[in-house]
Structures are given as structure tokens and as C-alpha cells.
Design a protein around this ligand. Structure first.
Ligand SMILES: Cc1cc2nc3c(=O)[nH]c(=O)nc-3n(C[C@H](O)[C@H](O)[C@H](O)COP(=O)(O)O)c2cc1C
Length: 382
């Protein structure tokens, strides 16, 4: 199987599975507990049908949107994800470059494997810095300062990971950083020698966003312990309000799910929120961003930018979310599997296919621009 055989999400996933050692593939692919929310993320779109309009003169289709003060050529952005150089040796470098090719925004995770400064220096497309809130307030301030000095315009605080999710696939394989593989996990690495050679012959793995402030080297701190020991479960709205004013630029909360929280986010000056359950990797049994979208757009859509992520595999999924009032939609595994399959060319192929799908689907919907989409275009099955 090659890149040219990949025509949709499932093909990229299959190719990624062939290339990656099992523990790494399962780290990307898996979710929390019984993975109910993970499955529902994509399943939710099937409970809703598109109602097209006809004869609207759709030769030109404009896919651009403005979100968090950034003009994007596509209504999708690449959501921040951790550890990308484990998936492909180019990691975030491939992701940022592919996003730039398509004129869209990408996220750099606090657990990213390339420094946000390097990415900001090399690329002119908007970058989001994804932040986790630490117990050490001085550390939070230093990290924000660094992001500001790098020229990053959008701060995205993830609030659904106050503690790590229970990912049982990772427990079985022993996936953690640093690696603590089970015997079975080691065998799964042994049968993918090409990945191992690539990993060992490229730049040494590191977490530059954290390395500058925390000793992540050796065996001192695993990522699991980073979540439980360094992040602050006592964080409250007052802490975030202070952070919003200290940042002084575009500020977005990722992981909001209730209308009440959405109102509070607007009230403390956030510019946007992402309805997200972290790709089904945190609280299993929680609702999906798409299922919550209508209620939250009704509550705060006229005050702040509402975005969603989770389960997006098709152009029609994106159109359904935009029709309900999402300003843009985040992609996670959609681009991660493409990255693992073939690096930057993989992501560019996946985004090219999604863009073609979006243009075709907009034409079939009778929509010339995202503004033409609305709730009238949807019917929910009961
Ligand atoms: C492998 C992996 C790593 C992730 N790492 C982070 C992270 O570091 N910070 C964060 O806010 N979200 C992280 N996420 C969540 C994504 O940003 C996004 O919310 C989610 O992947 C969307 O669901 P989808 O994968 O079904 O598209 C991660 C997701 C995956 C699959």
C-alpha cells in the first residue's frame, strides 16, 4: 500500500498502521475507557442529514473563514497534538508546512516535539499555542512570555485534561514517554524496523516547549506524571480570567462542553471556544462537540467564535458543523494518520482531498460561501 492508494481517512489510517509500531499507532488511534465517546464523535454526524438547495449558480466556491481574528483559506485547521515526531521524523515541521500550503492555521502543543519559535520563524500562516495550566504560576507566565516573543497570535488553553484520561490500549502496550514498553509492546517495535531506523537516524526526540522549564530528560518525569503532578487541578475561572488579561491577545478555551461554561468563557473575555472531548481520549461517555454545537451557538454564537473538533473524517462532516454555526472545525487524527503515512506529502494529499470534497459538497448543497450554510440545511433524525 502506498500514498497514491490513499483516497480517504480510512486508507490513511490503514497506511499509518502499517508504518507505525503498534504502541504508537494505538496511542493515536485509541480513546479513554470503552471508547464510547471516540466512536460517537464520528457517529454523531450520521444522525443528521444535509438538505441541499439547487440552481444557485455555484461555479465559484469560497471556502474561506475568519476565526479568532485570523483569515483562513479553509474552514478547517490542524488542532494541536502531542509527540508528532514519534509519528513521522518531520513531525510538527511537516504539519506546519502542509497547513501553510493550504492557507490554514495549525496548533503547536505544549507537548510538541519541535519548538514553537522555530515554527513561527519559518511559517507565515497562523499558529495556535496550546497551553496546559501548571501549578507553578511563574512557569505559566514564562511560557506565555515565550509564546508572545515568538510572535504567536492565538493562545489556546486546553481545559478538558485537568487529569490524564484512562487509555487502556496504552496500559496494555506500555506506551509512555519515556518508553516503558511491555514485552508485547517491544515485540511490536521489533517488527517495524524501518520506523526504528528512522527514529534513531534523525534528530534526538525532545519536548522543547517543556525542556526549557522542566526536567523531562532521563526517567525523571513521564508524561503521565506530568499531567498528574505538574498540572493544576485546582484551576478556576479566576485563574483563566487572569491569564486572558495577561495574554492580551486572541484567547481560546479548548474543551468547553456546557452552555453555562460557554457563557462564562465569553464573560471573562475569551475570543473563542472549541467544543471538544479531546478526541474521546479523556472523559468517556461525555457528549460530542457536534451534539452540543447547536445549544452553544444559540447561547454565545453572537458574542464569541464557536469551533468544534472530534471525529471529522469527511467534507460533509465539516459542512454539517458549519451549518450549525461553527466558525471553523478542528482536525486531529485526520491529519495525524496522513502524517504517519507519509509526512508532509501525506498531509498535503489528505488536505487536498478534503478541500476537493468541500468544494464539491458546497456545490451540491447550493452554497457559494460558508455564509450560505445555515440550520435550514439540516434535519436531525429522531
Ligand atoms: C495523538 C493525539 C494527541 C493529542 N494531543 C493533544 C495535545 O497535546 N493537546 C490538546 O489540547 N489536544 C490534543 N489532542 C486532541 C486534539 O487536539 C483534538 O481535540 C482531537 O484529536 C480531535 O478529535 P479527532 O482526532 O477525532 O479529530 C490530541 C489528540 C490525539 C489523537
Amino acid at each position: 500500500m502506498r500514498l497514491s492508494d490513499c483516497h480517504n481517512f480510512h486508507d490513511f489510517r490503514k497506511l499509518a498502521q502499517r508504518r507505525l509500531p503498534g504502541p504508537i499507532f494505538n496511542y493515536i488511534d485509541g480513546g479513554a475507557d470503552d471508547e464510547v465517546t471516540l466512536r460517537r464523535n464520528t457517529g454523531a454526524f450520521d444522525d443528521c442529514d444535509l438538505v441541499p438547495n439547487i440552481l444557485r449558480g455555484v461555479s465559484d466556491v469560497d471556502l474561506s473563514v475568519t476565526v479568532l481574528g485570523q483569515k483562513l483559506a479553509l474552514p478547517v485547521y490542524l488542532s494541536p497534538t502531542a509527540l508528532q515526531r514519534l509519528f513521522h521524523h518531520d513531525g510538527e515541521r511537516a504539519t506546519a508546512a502542509a497547513a501553510e500550503t493550504f492557507g490554514t492555521m495549525f496548533g503547536c502543543s505544549s507537548l510538541g516535539t519541535v519548538s514553537m519559535e522555530e515554527l513561527a520563524r519559518k511559517h507565515s500562516n497562523p499558529q495556535v499555542y496550546q497551553f496546559y495550566f501548571h501549578k507553578d504560576r511563574g512557569l505559566n507566565r514564562a511560557m506565555m512570555q515565550k509564546a508572545k516573543e515568538s510572535g504567536i497570535k492565538v493562545m489556546m488553553l486546553t481545559v478538558d485534561s485537568i487529569t490524564g484520561g484512562n487509555r487502556e490500549r496504552d496500559l496494555r502496550t506500555g506506551f509512555s514517554i519515556p518508553f516503558r514498553l511491555t514485552l508485547g509492546g517491544m515485540l511490536q517495535f521489533a517488527v517495524k524496523p524501518a520506523w526504528g531506523i528512522n527514529y534513531l537516524t534523525h534528530e534526538k526526540f525532545s519536548l522543547p516547549q517543556l525542556d526549557a522549564h522542566i526536567d523531562m530528560k532521563g526517567d525523571t518525569l513521564t508524561i503521565g506524571r506530568y499531567f498528574t503532578e505538574m498540572l493544576d487541578p485546582s484551576m478556576t475561572w479566576d485563574d483563566v480570567a487572569l491569564m486572558v488579561s495577561e495574554w492580551g491577545g486572541q484567547f481560546c478555551l479548548k474543551g468547553v462542553m456546557s452552555a453555562e461554561d460557554a457563557r462564562r468563557a465569553a464573560g471573562i473575555g475569551c475570543n473563542g471556544i472549541v467544543l471538544s472531548n479531546h478526541g474521546g481520549r479523556q472523559l468517556d461517555g461525555s457528549r460530542t462537540g457536534f451534539d452540543q454545537l447547536d445549544e452553544i451557538v444559540q447561547a454565545v454564537g453572537d458574542r464569541i467564535d464557536v469551533m468544534m473538533d472530534g471525529g471529522i473524517q469527511r467534507g460533509t462532516h465539516v459542512l454539517k458543523a458549519l451549518s450549525l454555526g461553527a466558525k471553523a472545525v478542528g482536525l486531529g487524527r485526520f491529519y495525524l494518520f496522513a502524517l504517519a503515512a507519509a509526512g508532509r506529502p501525506g498531509i498535503e494529499r489528505a488536505l487536498g482531498q478534503l478541500k476537493a470534497e468541500l468544494v464539491r459538497d458546497m456545490r451540491l448543497m447550493g452554497a457559494r460561501s460558508v455564509a450560505d450554510l445555515g440550520r435550514d440545511n439540516l434535519r436531525f433524525r429522531t
